[in-house]
Every structure is written in structure tokens, then in C-alpha cells.
Design a binder for this molecule. Structure first.
Ligand code: NAP
Ligand code: HSE
Length: 431
């Protein structure tokens, strides 16, 4: 029988993803020599709480001592699945300094400290792979860095948060209200324990920062991303979107030109005929446009034990193969440009406005006058039947500069005939 050399790895974290990676590696153990010409073993697992019962995990592998891992010369790969910024950042930097390759699923960390970590990997000739950090099981980072490397990517759009996509799908298809749909998402385990990062768009913002950095070869951090969540979206917005031929999604949109980039996450109305409009439930999808490939869409499960473990395992196998051919660090940081971010007020977008107004003559003219005086051109308008002397006016604008819309909305706020600006939602338009 053939005796293969052994590659030892350590897992940092044995939660949802760590557990999935351990089980998946056990399942594929016998095939590893064929894939990487070596046996792959998880020899140590770092956890916070050693007293927790962990079925199927050998007690002798568990430790709460990072030093035991970083100082073990036999451990060549560290798989960080703890999450959060610290101590994950410090551990990864120390692992790289010790010449260990790193695989991580940590989007929070990559979106804020990606440059520092990629630099450390390069200095130490190590691999730093993070495919699971964006859209879980969907291969998108390596496709962008490798298969699509010959393109000038001008747009990346993504439904990159499963919780919010599930909530909006339930609100759209079953008329569920926001709170009930969120509760269901938590029961099903997509939402984070504290769902703020999901519903406020922060989780999607982190993933879009990572995607834009790679697609546009320019560093974008979480702080650069303009973010709005879905907590203010109502069943009425979704219903009216449908009447105009749109579907409401929480969309990440990143665009670039020769001289600037724009990256945002917003609840957005997209034409119901767009491929992203059909991505439902907790599914994720990333839609890109490249000058050579044209449009391409990647769709799949963006979270969960095994979909995420699938991406981590792919990274692990890549690292092991690179180790065998002595070519680690082959594809490092791809940010060789330094494009600035576009100033927010200068962005031009189309908007859906839902106004609660008094039901009397002259209102429509008043609203149209304010919009017109502020360079906001109207594309469509409908008035919903009045109830108790109050009517609803729904306006879809043409593409307008954000600062012009902002000025018009300030004036609406001072007009007694307008009881409330109930919704201001972006409408997707092509670049
Ligand atoms: P999780 O279930 O909360 O598990 C975290 C694990 O890390 C636990 O085993 C915990 O130990 C351990 N841990 C946390 N802080 C630690 C510390 N300071 N020292 C030692 N161990 C520590 O998290 P998860 O859902 O698996 O997520 C892991 C990472 O994957 C995160 O970066 C997340 O953003 C990313 N991710 C998750 C998903 C998903 O579907 N869940 C999808 C894509 C990416 P104890 O068990 O002792 O508490
Ligand atoms: N909470 C995230 C989501 C999963 O709902 O997509 C981890 O990225």
C-alpha cells in the first residue's frame, strides 16, 4: 500500500462552519491522496469552551490554547472559523508570520483588514484563501481572480445575504410581515444570532467590499460602502413594485469606470425579468458584467454548514496542492489600481417614492412642482384611492442626482399637504 505524507491543519472554531468542515473532510478522507497526493489531518481544534459536548470530535484534538497551535511546527495550515475581528486578526497574522497557510471564512475581517492580511501573506510566501467569506458555497472569488482575469469587470451585483432574501421572498410571495418573516429565518438558522448585521445590510456590505476589491483591482473597505437595510420596507412597497413590473431585493451594486468606483447595498426594485429577480428564499447570487465575458451569474446557497464547508474545503485543497508544487502565494492580492470612491451626492439613480398626502385638489401639481424645481424628472405617477381623506401618491422618477432628490425631500418635509414621505427606494437601471 502507498504511504502518503501527511499535511496537518488546525481548525480555529468548531461551530456551524467548523463542524461542517470537520465532517466533510472525514467523508472525503480516503480520496485526499488522489486529490492532493497527501493525507490531510485536522490535528488540533481551537475552541473557547472546552467543557461543551461536541459529538464525533476526539477530545484529544480540542484545545483552548492558541499557542499550542501556532508553536507547533507540524501544523502547516490554519483554518480560521471563529469569526469577528479579534482575536482572529492577530491569530491569522501570527500564523502567517510562522509560515503557516491560512484559510478563512471571515468576511468581517477581510472587509476591514484585507490589505494588512494579504500583505502579511505575501511577505511570508503563504497562501491566504477566503472563498467562503462571500456568498458561502458559491464559487466567486477564485472565478474572479482566475477564470475571469482577462476581463475588465465593470459591474458586480449581488444578492449576498440569505436572511434578507428569505424575508423579502416571504413578504412578496406569502404577504408575510417583516417581523414574522425574520422570526422564521432565525428558526431556520440563516440569520445571525443578532440579526442586525443581516437586516441592516451590514453583512451584505462586507461581502460587497470584498467583491468590489477583487473585481476592480482596487481596495474597497466596509467603510467605503453606502448601506441601507430592509427594516423600513413594507408589504405595500413590495405590492406596488409588482404593479410597476419590479421585484424588491436587497441588492449590492458595485460599479467602476476608468477613474472611480461606487459600491452600495440598498433595497432595490429590479425589473422582474432580470435574472436576479428570480433568485428566491435564502439563495444568493452574484451577477457580473465583463467586457469579454459579457453577463454571467453565479447562484447557490450562501450560508449553512455544508454549503460553506464546501468553499472552505475547496480552499484547503487548493492550499495543499500549492504546497505540493511549492507555489504558495501564487495568486495574492490583486489590488494593483488605486481608484477613488465616487462622492455619494453625485451618484445618479432612479427612485420610487411613496407619499402619504391630503386628498384635495392641487396636491399632484404641488408635488410635481417641487420635484421639477429641483431637477427631479418624473417617469411615472399613480394615485391610490383615498381613505379617510388621505391618499397615496406613488412616483417613479427618472435618473436623478442624489443631492437633487435630497433637496426635494427636504421641501416635502416642510409641506403640510404631505403627511409623510413613506418610502424612498432605488430602482435599478443599467449602467
Ligand atoms: P459559530 O457557529 O458561532 O462558531 C464559532 C466557533 O468559534 C465556536 O466553536 C467558538 O467556540 C469558536 N470561537 C469563537 N471565538 C473564539 C475565541 N476567541 N477563541 C477560541 N474559539 C473561539 O460561527 P459560524 O457560523 O461557524 O461562523 C464562522 C465564520 O464563518 C464566521 O467568520 C462567519 O462569518 C463565517 N461564515 C459563516 C457562514 C454560516 O453559514 N454560518 C457562512 C459564511 C461565512 P465555542 O464553540 O467554544 O463557543
Ligand atoms: N447571515 C448570513 C446570511 C449568513 O443570511 O446570508 C452568513 O454569511
Amino acid at each position: 500500500m502507498h504511504k502518503y505524507k501527511k499535511i496537518k491543519a488546525a481548525l480555529l472554531g468548531m461551530g456551524t462552519v467548523g463542524g461542517g468542515v470537520y465532517k466533510l473532510l472525514e467523508k472525503r478522507k480516503d480520496e485526499m491522496p488522489f486529490k492532493i497526493q497527501a493525507d490531510l489531518e485536522i490535528s488540533r481544534i481551537l475552541v473557547r469552551d472546552l467543557s461543551k459536548k461536541r459529538e464525533g470530535i476526539p477530545d484529544e484534538a480540542l484545545t483552548d490554547s492558541w499557542e499550542q497551535i501556532v508553536n507547533d511546527p507540524e501544523i502547516q495550515i490554519v483554518i480560521e472559523l471563529m469569526g469577528g475581528i479579534e482575536p482572529a486578526r492577530t491569530y491569522i497574522l501570527q500564523a502567517l508570520k510562522a509560515g503557516k497557510h491560512v484559510v478563512t471564512a471571515n468576511k468581517d475581517l477581510m472587509a476591514e483588514h484585507g490589505e494588512e492580511l494579504m500583505d502579511a501573506a505575501e511577505q511570508n510566501h503563504c497562501d491566504l484563501q477566503f472563498e467562503a467569506a462571500v456568498a458561502g458555497g458559491i464559487p466567486i472569488i477564485r472565478p474572479l481572480k482566475e477564470c475571469l482575469a482577462g476581463n475588465d469587470i465593470t459591474e458586480v451585483m449581488g444578492i449576498v445575504n440569505g436572511t434578507t432574501n428569505y424575508i423579502l421572498t416571504k413578504m412578496t410571495k406569502e404577504g408575510m410581515d417583516f417581523a414574522d418573516a425574520l422570526k422564521k429565518a432565525q428558526e431556520l438558522g440563516f440569520a445571525e444570532a443578532d440579526p442586525t448585521a443581516d437586516i441592516e445590510g451590514l453583512d451584505a456590505g462586507r461581502k460587497m467590499a470584498i467583491l468590489a476589491s477583487i473585481a476592480f483591482h482596487s481596495r474597497v473597505t466596509f467603510q467605503d460602502v453606502d448601506i441601507k437595510g430592509i427594516t423600513k420596507i413594507t408589504a405595500k412597497d413590495i405590492q406596488y413594485a409588482g404593479e410597476f413590473g419590479y421585484t424588491l431585493k436587497l441588492l449590492g451594486v458595485a460599479r467602476n469606470t476608468d477613474h472611480e468606483m461606487e459600491v452600495g447595498v440598498f433595497p432595490m426594485m429590479i425589473p422582474s425579468s432580470h435574472p436576479l429577480a428570480g433568485v428566491s428564499d435564502s439563495f444568493n447570487a452574484v451577477f457580473i458584467h465583463g467586457d469579454a465575458v459579457d453577463d454571467a451569474m453565479f447562484q447557490g446557497k450562501g450560508a449553512g454548514e455544508f454549503p460553506t464547508a464546501s468553499a472552505v474545503m475547496g480552499d484547503l485543497i487548493t492550499v495543499a496542492r500549492n504546497m505540493q508544487y511549492d507555489c504558495c502565494g501564487r495568486i495574492g492580492c490583486s489590488c494593483y489600481k488605486r481608484l477613488p470612491m465616487k462622492a455619494a451626492g453625485e451618484s445618479r439613480h432612479k427612485y420610487f417614492l411613496r407619499l402619504i398626502v391630503e386628498d384635495r385638489t392641487g396636491i399632484l401639481a404641488g408635488v410635481a412642482g417641487v420635484l421639477g424645481n429641483n431637477n427631479v424628472s418624473i417617469n411615472q405617477v399613480i394615485q391610490k384611492p383615498a381613505v379617510d381623506g388621505v391618499a397615496e401618491l406613488v412616483v417613479i422618477t427618472d435618473k436623478v442626482e442624489n443631492r437633487h432628490l435630497h433637496d426635494a425631500l427636504m421641501i416635502f418635509g416642510e409641506m403640510s399637504m404631505i403627511r409623510e414621505v413613506a418610502s424612498v427606494i432605488r430602482v435599478y437601471t443599467q449602467k
